[in-house]
Design a protein around this ligand. Structure first.
Ligand code: IMP
Ligand code: MG
Length: 178
């Protein structure tokens, strides 16, 4: 167990890079099998999903495209409940199978807002691929199609996830020490 201090808080290792990458192998296998003939458009939700998207896309072997949107909903260790879109969609999603790539689905507000937006833009099918899922805090009607790992309801950093902008570069995932 390694500990890191980020700003005023202590975190300790909870999921190693090796475990993360193994779970991504599983997500990629499922997508490669299920979407082989769908020509999916992957949409990485920045900032947090950049690392997951990179490792996932290296394992996707079917014809596909990838694009990016940028949203912000967290301030410190709390969700603000409102989602600001900082970079929007510039692809034509009409008739496409769209796979939203998220780092983590917590309350589900962020990803549900984006999914509804993509649907209203005429996508044929919208799927959610998330590295991490907090089942205890998520709205029960939101069900990601592809989940790397279920995790308990605690604040984490690393592997793309941040605390006030810091910690995204950590290769393992760390949990806040109370
Ligand atoms: P939601 O809208 O509540 O599902 O929150 C989703 C967004 O909040 C994610 O895309 C993350 O960027 C951020 N987030 C949620 N939980 C955590 C966490 O434990 N650590 C860091 N960021 C988080
Ligand atoms: Mg995010």
């Amino acid at each position: 167990m390694a500990r890191v201090k980020i700003l005023d808080k202590e975190f300790e290792t909870s999921i190693t890079e090796e475990t993360i990458l193994k779970s991504i192998d599983g997500v990629a296998d499922k997508i490669n099998a299920e979407l082989a003939d769908k020509n999916p458009l992957f949409v990485c939700v920045l900032n947090g999903a950049f690392m997951f998207a990179a490792d996932l896309m290296k394992r996707i072997s079917i014809p596909c495209q990838i694009s990016f949107v940028k949203v912000a909903s967290y301030s410190g260790t709390q969700t603000t409940g409102s989602v600001k879109q900082l970079i929007g969609f510039n692809e034509d999603v009409k008739g496409r199978t769209v796979v939203l790539i998220e780092d983590i689905v917590d309350t589900g507000i962020t990803i549900d807002g984006l999914a509804k937006q993509v649907e209203s833009m005429g996508a044929a099918d919208v799927k959610i691929a998330t590295m991490l899922f907090k089942p205890e805090s998520c709205r029960p009607d939101i069900k990601p199609s592809y989940i790397g790992m279920n995790i308990p309801n605690a604040f984490i950093v690393g592997y793309g996830l941040d605390y006030d902008g810091y910690g995204r570069n950590l290769k393992d995932i760390y949990t806040l020490v109370k």
